[in-house]
Design a protein around this ligand. Structure first.
Ligand code: HCB
Length: 231
């Protein structure tokens, strides 16, 4: 796909133009462009520009909402394609996903959920503004392997720690791995709050989830001599 097509995708997000974003995504699918390339090279850079313009006061909340809507429309086209690519894989693990309490940003989390699904994970998305207790209750109900917590605000990232605490309080911490992400989140923050890993984007989240599943299997193996997984 020519670079100017990716530029047009990026611009459709900056302009907050849902119809354009959607039809460019449709064209990408029709011409065989990998949906992840369209997302990573076209739409996500657009969201980053929007964030920077907002931070500089060159863009206001209604504009940012229009950009989010354009992103949602592009994803509505690309999402089924991503899922289709992963439908025939064996189940890789169960993930409970959500955006932390007080935070309504969801685009990145949805993208993480989509790619995890495309790589064979069974994902339960709790949505936005989710308390630690809700994460823990759902993780217990589904016997989740991994809980993924998103936070986009510096004021809400500290609530990721309350998810770690809720899982500890519920006695789930030894069974459930925790991964965190979101624009202000760092590896150091993940370590500080006692999470098992940090992912900077959706593809890294998939790699991390796969690694956490391996760690989990090895732990089970260490406790069970009859285990026969490859090391
Ligand atoms: Co929002 N907002 N926003 N916003 N918003 C940010 C996040 C700022 C950075 C913009 C800025 O000032 N530069 C800023 C936060 C500043 C800060 O705290 N440091 C900000 C602000 C201030 C606000 C409000 C407070 C504005 C206001 O009301 N005055 C308000 C907060 C409302 C609330 O949550 N209580 C607000 C509202 C909004 C909306 C509603 C207009 C809209 C969200 C719509 C929606 O999600 N349905 C919005 C948007 C769109 C943004 C920006 C522009 C884009 C976010 C986004 O979707 N990025 C964002 C600027 C930015 O981040 N550059 C801005 C694209 C995705 C793909 O990236 O980082 O979310 P991601 O996710 C990645 C990655 O982090 C990782 O993988 C994802 C995929 O690659 N990942 C995980 C994410 N979660 C993971 C979990 C894991 O386990 C593993 C990996």
């Amino acid at each position: 796909m020519p670079d100017d097509h990716f530029s047009a995708m990026r611009q459709s997000i900056i302009d907050g133009a849902p119809d354009t974003a959607s039809s460019l995504a449709q064209q990408a699918v029709t011409s065989g462009v990998a949906p992840l390339d369209a997302i990573n090279n076209g739409y996500v850079p657009g969201m980053h520009d929007v964030g920077e313009q907002f931070a500089r006061g060159q863009m206001f909340l209604p504009d940012m909402m229009a950009s989010a809507e354009a992103m949602r429309c592009a994803m509505a086209v690309l999402d089924p394609e991503l899922k289709r690519l992963g439908t025939e894989r064996p189940m890789a693990g169960v993930v409970v996903l959500g955006t932390t309490k007080g935070d309504i940003h969801e685009i990145g989390k949805i993208l993480v959920g989509t790619l995890l699904t495309a790589h064979g994970f069974r994902v339960h998305d709790l949505g936005v503004d989710v308390s630690g207790e809700k994460f823990a209750a759902k993780a217990r109900e589904l016997e989740a392997d991994i809980v993924g917590v998103s936070a986009l605000l510096t004021t809400t990232m500290r609530n990721q720690k309350t998810v770690v605490e809720a899982l500890e309080k519920d006695g789930l911490r030894t069974r459930v791995k925790i991964m965190v992400g979101g624009a202000p989140v760092t590896r150091r923050w993940a370590e500080e709050i006692g999470a098992d890993g940090y992912a900077k984007d959706a593809m890294s989240a998939v790699a991390l989830a796969q690694e956490l599943m391996q760690q989990k299997l090895h732990t089970i193996c260490d406790q069970n001599l009859s285990c026969s997984i490859n090391r």
